[in-house]
Each structure stands twice: as C-alpha cells, then as structure tokens.
Design a protein around this ligand. Structure first.
Ligand SMILES: NC(=O)C1=CN([C@@H]2O[C@H](COP(=O)(O)OP(=O)(O)OC[C@H]3O[C@@H](n4cnc5c(N)ncnc54)[C@H](OP(=O)(O)O)[C@@H]3O)[C@@H](O)[C@H]2O)C=CC1
Ligand SMILES: O=C[C@H](O)[C@@H](O)[C@@H](O)[C@H](O)C(=O)O
Length: 295
C-alpha cells in the first residue's frame, strides 16, 4: 500500500491517508520535522492553534520548498476562540504563511474561557459551527473543507440535524485500545471521513510493547509502529496522523502495509481487555461530551 494513498472527502477533494502530526512537537524541532516529512513523501501536515507551533510549522513548510498545492494542510479552531472564529482563522493562516487551509476543524465541541482553565458556558458550539459554515461558504478558496474533531455520535447527530453542511472529517482518537467502532461506522454512514489521531497510543504508549502488535509486526518484517499506523490506514474511509520529530521514525512510519482481516480483528480486540484514552474530554470541563466510555 503506497503512502500516497488517499480518501475522497464529501467535498470531492482527496485527503492523503497518512499525515504528520505535530501535537507536542516542540519549538526548535517541529520546523525540521515538517520540512523533513514533506521532503520524504508526506503530503499532509496536521497542526492546531492549541499546539502553539503554527508559525514554526509554517517555517518548515517554507523551508521544504514543496509547492503549497502539493500537500494537504489541516489546522484547528482552539477552544478559547469560539467567540472570534473569523479572527482565529486569519491568525492561523498568517502563522502558517499560507493563503488557504485544505481542512479547518473545530478542535473540540467545548468552548473554553480565555486561559483554558474551564468551560465558557455563554457559547453554544453549534453556533460556532454555523459561523464556520458561513466562513467556508463565503471563502471557498480560503477554507477548502471544514470538519470537526472529538465529536461523539450524540454530538454529530445534533450537528447534522441543524446544518446544511456535513463535516468533511471527524478527527478522533483511534488505536487498538480505543477503537470506537460504532462512531467510525456512524461517520462512514454519514459520509464523514474519520481521521485517526494518536494511532500509536501517543507518547510512551504500551501498545508498542504489546505482544499481539509485535507478533504481527515480526510476521510482516516491519516495526510495531508500522502495524499500528497501517491498522487505521486499512480501514475504509479512514485517514491517520502519526507524530514524530525523529527523522528515522518519520521516514519509517510512512510505510503502510496491508493487514489481513484476522490480524485487524486481533488488533481491534485488544480494546476489550486493555482500553485507554489519551485525550479524555473531561479536561474541557464539559464532561463526557457524549463518549460512552467517558461517562
Ligand atoms: N484532534 C485532537 O484532539 C488530537 C489530534 N492529534 C493529532 O494526531 C497526531 C498523532 O497523535 P499523537 O498523540 O501525537 O501520538 P502518536 O500516536 O502519533 O505517537 C507519537 C509518539 O510516538 C513516538 N513515535 C513515533 N514514531 C515512533 C516509532 N516508529 N517507534 C517508537 N515511537 C515512535 C513519538 O516520539 P518522537 O516524536 O520523539 O519520535 C511520540 O512520542 C498529533 O500529533 C496531532 O497532530 C493528537 C491528539 C489529539
Ligand atoms: O490535539 C490535541 C489534544 O486535543 C489536546 O490539545 C488536548 O487534549 C489538551 O490540550 C490536552 O492537553 O488534553
């Protein structure tokens, strides 16, 4: 399976199956990681205002010399920007040194106060979505697609009942210890592409040592990370983000392999005994956000 594989969005645009993640990619390392990834076959970069690295991501893009139209760029509206949606978009575009985004996501359906210390209850995220829709419709050259992140089935149902634009993407946590199969299936039925985040289980993940993951990796002659990233890439209508600031890993992680159905089942079954979530919605102060395993 080549790394250049892509999935069609409901806008008609192609979204590359594999993207480079940049959460916790720090100052002094993320520009190089982005430049290296773009020079080594990655065609999607994912960032967010919350990561406080958009300017350095922009510098990495510029340093790569890769033409803007040759790669897909995603960023996200921060939880404390729900009151200034249009302004936040301009700040992101300027920091990233680009005229347009391929995808702009609402990071969480959870407006928060300025210092992100708790929820901002005077705002309804659905109104924020409607503002994003208006900006998207009025500026199709500036925002090529809009979507959401960390949306459960209940939250998607509320959005879909009151919006004439179906989100192009729902970016959610997906790995063998957080499989969210019902949510993935719901998105598929609604024509929403799922982007898997934290496919390795994020920093210090026990999944890299998991015996099932290692057994499958050995049988294919690849690393555990290759298996975990490929697991998501093998799912129809799913794209995946993997983060690294290490050259050798960035390069090696781009190798996507085909997994057998029984291997996929074995990996997905890990969730039944070893379930965990990296990004629990509780931190927003809005409770479970409709995620059944967070109630
Ligand atoms: N929408 C949202 O709320 C969220 C979105 N995301 C997005 O998804 C991306 C990916 O998720 P993330 O949580 O970063 O976690 P990942 O599952 O991609 O894991 C990243 C960690 O794994 C390490 N790593 C990478 N490759 C290998 C390898 N081959 N072998 C061993 N270790 C490896 C990295 O280390 P090192 O960098 O030192 O090489 C880093 O510590 C994020 O960066 C972000 O862009 C993530 C979380 C939430
Ligand atoms: O994209 C990454 C995550 O959503 C992250 O931004 C949040 O989960 C939050 O900042 C946290 O630290 O828990």
């Amino acid at each position: 399976m080549p790394a250049s594989k892509s999935v069609k969005l409901n806008t008609g645009a192609e979204m590359p199956t594999l993207g480079l993640g940049t959460w916790k990619s720090g100052t002094g390392e993320v520009a190089h990681a982005v430049e290296f990834a773009l020079k080594n076959g990655y065609t999607h970069i994912d960032t967010a205002t919350a990561y406080e690295n958009e300017a350095e991501v922009g510098a990495g893009i510029q340093a790569s010399g890769v033409p803007r139209e040759s790669f897909f760029l995603t960023t996200k509206l921060n939880n404390n920007d729900h009151k200034r949606v249009a302004e936040a978009l301009e700040v992101s575009l300027k920091a990233l040194k680009t005229d347009y985004l391929d995808l702009w996501l609402m990071h969480w359906p959870a407006p928060m106060v300025q210092d992100l210390s708790g929820p901002e209850r005077s705002i309804d995220w659905l109104d924020t979505w409607k503002t994003m829709v208006k900006i998207y419709k009025e500026n199709p050259q500036k925002v090529k697609a809009i979507g959401v992140s960390n949306f459960s089935i209940d939250y998607l149902k509320r959005l879909l009942a009151d919006s004439d634009v179906v989100p192009a993407v729902n970016q959610i946590e997906l790995h063998p210890s957080c499989t969210q199969e019902e949510l993935v299936e719901f998105c598929r039925e609604k024509g929403i592409v799922v982007t898997a985040y934290s496919p390795l289980g994020s920093n210090g993940s026990p999944l890299l040592q998991n015996p099932i993951v290692n057994k499958i990796a050995e049988s294919h002659g690849v690393s555990p990370a290759n298996v975990l990233i490929s697991l998501q890439a093998n799912k129809p209508g799913v794209t995946v983000l993997s983060k690294s600031v290490t050259d050798a890993r960035i390069k090696a992680n781009a190798k996507l392999i085909d997994l057998k159905l029984e291997e996929i089942k074995e990996l997905q079954d890990i969730d039944k005994t070893e379930h965990f979530r990296i990004c629990h919605p509780d931190w927003t102060g809005w409770g479970s956000l409709g995620f059944p395993d967070c109630e």
